[in-house]
Design a protein around this ligand. Structure first.
Ligand code: ADP
Ligand code: MG
Length: 552
């Protein structure tokens, strides 16, 4: 093709202009270089490889994890007159043969293929015989255990880069924090790839976190200030969903529960009624949302703490699709933390448990952020916000602050003294002069920083350390037991050349944790004493072995 990508965008796809970064990504791929694209769902990732597929010689091979995703894309491309096809297990033998014949005849611009089909030796042999324009790996987080949807069949894709050295490769995903991103790039051999992180900001959503005191009353007040608006309330358990929905109905609010325990028919009924504005509030578990495309959702309330920032981002992202102002309200109470932890720790795969605990820890960090909430959220996805947003709870009503220079210096020195090899939990124990076995064994009770922070509670130190992380004085290696390390910015502060003001935690620090309830129902799971004992043992082992901060 002898025309510009913009021309193709307009004539083939019928769009007027590129979205931010699409053109740069396309140009990079057309030049034959690798890239890694992190863009939210609906951001427009597909065009980033579809347009180069039309411009470069040969067929573009697109890896996609689900047959339904492939079908949607192939159908849409064909409607635009593009020669696209899908090669997966849904094809019969005859169709497969026909498709391969078209592939060899050079009739296809794009071929969507399942990873296990692609990484099959005889198929790879075929690809060597024909010109390939590019490889696109969609939903690339599936290659990483750090992502939320690990698929073992994606792992083999790691060989692709080595087998086809001259063909550009683009990996795309909507969800990847720092660790997942590094992991994906390493596994796919994308060391030289250009990384594009774009478009996570949803400027029309206002993010607010409130201390959870009397959650139902808080919800009622919130709804009372916006009597005509529709929204979603997310809660953790089916039981809580049912409870909240029926209490709202008693108040005369058109609310309905939604969770995986309801019959399919009831769930579709609720979904449709919500789309038609017959139901104002859907109270739901995380089961609600996939494929909900209601433009005028005005608010999303989290009645309980989400498991991780990815879920929080996705769930709040259902508000304000129409671009008009929308609210995201999180009710955050420290009492929710042990419940979330127990749920995670009841998992059977220890590696997965470890990863999820770290993600929960980041979620708590977001809820406790001391400056611009939007900045903290985008920062998690690796996108920088140039200035505070001016439209989150923390920008609109900044928390009280205090001169934390001394405390910060103590914390930073302690991180240094323990050799930058421990997580926040251990650093705090040393600062506070805790008398635990581990500290004695390591000889950390002889450090000059041992006990210099005994005047503050562990939670207060936790807040200080998290703010030091948010502000870039400390780095937390989530992939490596959350070990804390100093960054170069820490030096002026340590040398006393700089003062530091931090936020006082707005949310009251937790009271000493009570003994767990003997019996209770969480997510329809009956807890009994034995289960609790084993959970506690597991938690303790993890905390000991892996330095999981005690305040999580
Ligand atoms: P993603 O894969 O990032 O979730 P898609 O590639 O499926 O997103 O695109 C989401 C929607 O945005 C699609 O309907 C697509 O046609 C549309 N879109 C993408 N790029 C543009 C553009 N430059 N102008 C207008 N619409 C676009
Ligand atoms: Mg996509």
């Amino acid at each position: 093709m002898d025309c510009l990508p913009l021309h193709t965008l307009q004539t083939v796809f019928g769009f007027h202009a590129f979205r931010p970064f699409q053109e740069e990504i396309i140009n990079r791929l057309m030049a034959g270089d690798d890239s890694f694209v992190l863009m939210p769902t609906g951001g427009g990732k597909s065009l980033c490889y579809q347009i180069p597929a039309l411009h470069r010689h040969g067929v573009a091979i697109v890896v996609s994890p689900l047959i339904s995703l492939m079908k949607d894309q192939v159908d849409a491309l064909r409607e635009n007159g593009v020669a696209a096809a899908a090669y997966n297990s849904s094809l019969g033998e005859r169709d497969s043969r026909q498709l391969l014949a078209r592939l060899h005849a050079g009739e296809l611009d794009l071929l969507y293929v399942a990873p296990e089909r692609l990484m099959n030796d005889s198929f790879l042999e075929r690809l060597r015989e024909i010109p390939v324009a590019l490889f696109a790996i969609d939903e690339a987080h599936c290659v990483s255990q750090w992502g939320h949807d690990f698929r073992p069949e994606y792992v083999a894709l790691g060989r692709l880069r080595g087998i086809f050295p001259g063909i550009p490769l683009i990996a795309l995903t909507a969800t990847a924090d720092h660790q997942t991103r590094n992991d994906i790039m390493e596994r796919l051999g994308l060391a030289d790839a250009q990384v594009y992180i774009t478009g996570f900001d949803r400027p029309n959503i206002r993010y607010t976190v409130m201390e959870k005191r009397k959650p139902f009353q808080q919800l009622q007040e919130f709804l009372g200030t916006r009597p005509d608006e529709a929204g979603i309330v997310y809660a953790l358990s089916r039981k809580r969903v049912e409870e909240v929905a029926s209490k709202l109905r008693e108040l005369g609010i058109e609310a309905a529960p939604y969770h995986a325990g309801l019959a399919d028919r009831e769930r579709s009924r609720v979904q449709e009624a919500f789309l038609r504005d017959d139901i104002r509030v859907v109270v739901a578990t995380v089961a609600f949302g996939m494929g909900i495309d209601k433009p005028n959702v005005r608010f999303v309330v989290h009645y309980d703490l989400p498991k991780n920032i990815e879920s929080y981002y996705q769930e709040t992202g259902r508000a304000g699709r129409d671009g008009l102002p929308a609210e995201a309200l999180l009710l955050f109470g420290y009492g929710d933390i042990p419940i979330s932890r127990s749920l995670i720790e009841s998992g059977t795969n220890p590696e997965q448990v470890r990863i999820e605990l770290h993600k929960l820890s980041a979620m708590i960090g977001f809820a406790e952020a001391g400056s611009c909430r939007r900045g903290a959220l985008l920062g998690y996805f690796g996108q920088r916000l140039e200035e505070p947003c001016g439209n989150c709870d923390l920008c609109l009503d900044p928390p009280d602050s205090f001169d934390a220079t001394e405390e910060a210096r103590k914390a930073l020195s302690c991180v240094y003294r323990v050799g930058q090899r421990f997580g926040a939990g251990h650093v705090i124990d040393v600062l506070r002069g805790s008398k635990n076995e581990r500290i004695r064994q390591l000889g950390h009770d002889r450090l000059s920083t041992y006990g210099i922070g005994a005047h503050l509670a562990a939670e207060a130190w936790g807040s200080i350390i998290r703010q030091l992380i948010h502000r870039g004085y400390l780095q937390q290696d989530l992939a490596n037991f959350s070990v804390l390390k100093l960054t170069p910015s820490a030096l002026p502060l340590l040398r006393g050349e700089e003062r530091l003001v931090l936020a006082k935690p707005r949310i009251k620090v937790a009271e000493a944790k009570k003994e767990p309830r003997r019996r209770g129902t969480v997510l329809n799971m009956e807890y009994n004493e034995d289960l609790f004992q084993s959970l506690r043992a597991l938690r303790k082992r993890l905390a000991d072995e892996q330095n999981v901060p005690p305040y999580v």
